[in-house]
Design a protein around this ligand. Sequence first.
Ligand SMILES: *Cc1c(COP(=O)(O)O)cnc(C)c1O
Length: 355
Amino acid sequence: MSAPRLEIDLDRLHHNAATLVRRLAGQGIAVTAVGKACLGRPEIVRTWLAAGVTSIGDSRIETLEGLARGGLTTPTLLIRTPMLSQVEQVVAHVTSSCHSEPLVIQALAAAAQRQRRRHGVLLMVELGDRREGLLPRDLEAIARLTLGLPSLRLVGIGTNLGCQHGVAPDAANMAELSALADALEARLGIRLELVSGGNSANLPWLARGGAPGRINHLRLGEALLLGREPLARCPIPGLHTDAFSLVGELIEVKRKPSRPWGEQGLTSFLATAAAPAPDRGWRQRGLLALGVQDVDPADLVPPPGVSIVGASSDHLVVEAERPLRVGEELRFQPGYSALLRAMTSPFVHKHCLKG
Ligand SMILES: *Cc1c(COP(=O)(O)O)cnc(C)c1O
């Protein structure tokens, strides 16, 4: 089989999705499965739908458009605010999208009107992580703007934490989101269908007994794919953390002195000169045909007895306590960033396993 390749265990992904959907349903929370780290791969999306997921989210319109063209009829959510230049595409292929800019909302409304469609708007509120979101004090005005545009449907409000600054969802910020939903409904005389509390980073807070309040929706990626939460990278009990493995092939195996020879300048990927390496004597070094073009090497867990020494565009350098041989395959566990890069790289073969 070709290497490098990403092996995708669909049964484990099915288990993760079914488990989380069931657990969260018990708390009145629906799940949008976010496929951005797997580029909305159709086999994975089909697995999620079979496991009970009722909506598919992605950050890229191209991915959602591809799924729509492939026949997906499940509601979709664009989780990144659209570019002004893409509103036509968004309206044509996506059910709802996340928003924080009045200008984009107006452009979207105009596009929806032109296409004689009605598009859903989820207003994102900034609650501390300082990535996307409108300020809470601006929520009412933008909700009024949205309600005044007949080609749009205000489906709810949401927030996103845990990404830019790793701010944790907690009792205070989640209660604030609930209070904003209550206040908005009271002021405008409406009912919000969705109060979207966040992403996989919300799961530890819920598991600790956090009260969902008005929160009835989460957008989950990492927990479904890697079975863990993003803030401390802790495994979530009952989920598989090994649905993906990245397989690389050794192209050189030699014993070499651990210390480099000669005067040292910058290395290929670090803007600083390499620190002087400690002399650890002669070591068995393996070179894999796997590099920064394929994966984020800093986010790979090597197999037992193997350690990663370095990487450049096309080579991953490892050391091992056990004998290695040319042609041998080594199996690594990718984290989120490694998974995202491997899925995106045209050089990494994707191999779905089932049954
Ligand atoms: C990526 C993303 C998600 C999913 O995040 P995970 O940590 O993978 O669960 C949800 N919402 C938004 C807005 C995102 O950008």
